[in-house]
Write a protein of this length. Structure first.
Length: 116
């Protein structure tokens, strides 16, 4: 099982980034996919979730209207489009795969730094 995040980097406030998380080794389409983030000295927090069965995604209040989660089951990839980035969005971003009754899978994370 692998979850490999990519797309992080250093950007200025107001700019955009698109994160990707490529999955392998499990039935991707049967798993709910989430993005979490962890800033230095803070706990890991949920950013957004996209369920396995479609439906509306969930967003944390602090990213509503700025971030969009999407998934491509054919490519076994989940994305996080991040617009209007703020310095407080600086964190390591992780993807997580969850299915009922199964242990979750985590990626290794990708660093996002928003700074002028």
């Amino acid at each position: 099982v692998q979850l490999v995040e990519s797309g992080g980097g250093l950007v200025q406030p107001g700019e955009s980034l698109r994160l990707s998380c490529a999955a392998s080794g499990f039935a991707f389409s049967s798993y709910g996919m989430s993005w979490y983030r962890q800033a230095p000295g803070k706990e890991r927090e949920l950013v957004a979730t996209k369920g396995s069965a479609g439906g509306d995604p969930y967003y944390a209040d602090f990213v509503k209207g700025r971030f969009t989660i999407s998934r491509d089951n054919a490519k076994k990839t989940v994305y996080l489009q991040m617009n209007s980035l703020k310095p407080e969005d600086t964190a390591v971003y992780y993807c997580k795969a969850v299915s009922w009754g199964q242990s979750p899978y985590w990626g290794q994370g990708t660093q996002v730094t928003v700074s002028s």
